[in-house]
Design a protein around this ligand. Sequence first.
Ligand code: ADP
Length: 259
Amino acid sequence: IDGVVVHFIDVTRRKQAEERLRASEARLQALVEAQERFVADASHELRAPLATVLGNLELVHRFPDMPEEERRLALGDALSEARRMNRLIRDLLTLARGDTTTPPPPQAVRLEELAAECLRQISLLGPEHRFEHALGPVTVAGDPDRLKELLLILLENAVKYTPAGGTVRLELAARGAHAELRVRDTGVGIAPEDLPHVFERFYRADPSRSRGADPGGTGLGLAIAKQVVEQHGGEIRLQSEPGRGTVAVVRLPLARGQP
Ligand code: ADP
């Protein structure tokens, strides 16, 4: 033997690349699974009201001589379930559009003006509630239509889950580099075991606790709210005390140039 050649190869880069590939494959897999679960849940949620609509219409169609009162009930149920499907489809489309379309270029949005407009709109829904507000001037960069959606969802929930005579309060102020929006209500609140799940798609806490009869929510409102907030680079959380009320807190980055 005249000599020996020893080859050292640094495989750090290769290992890192393999690691990155594995991580992105896992992320993709999780995304596909979430999408499949969403489609399965959406079909399930739509199937139940559709079964009532079809069943009741079939009944009315096949038995033209059925007693008037029964016919009225069957058609009334079919109508309210068709309305429920309509709400579900509207919310599903909103979520899907938010997931798949590129948001328009951000505009400067005077949040206090939008908030006042939404509060006026919502106060018509709850004439038996008290509405309060403390709105400081705040400008954020974003999509005014989507921000309006966010405000309406939070205000509508505050009214929906607060019995007559309760108070809904909207607060807006700039804190540091953020706009801070709070929607407070004195309603039924959310149980601690439900609180971590309310932003999940289709999650609804016990509907019997909402104001009067089940107002027929879709369980998608807060999922849409979270999507809008995240698209604007912000964050949202709920604080709640069962029986005393709920506060939704939204933080959004201020538009550049604002103190
Ligand atoms: P829903 O259509 O059921 O209102 P959301 O996604 O808007 O769907 O809310 C999910 C759940 O969170 C609701 O079913 C309700 O149980 C709870 N929730 C949301 N906002 C409030 C609130 N202000 N007070 C009490 N519970 C609330």
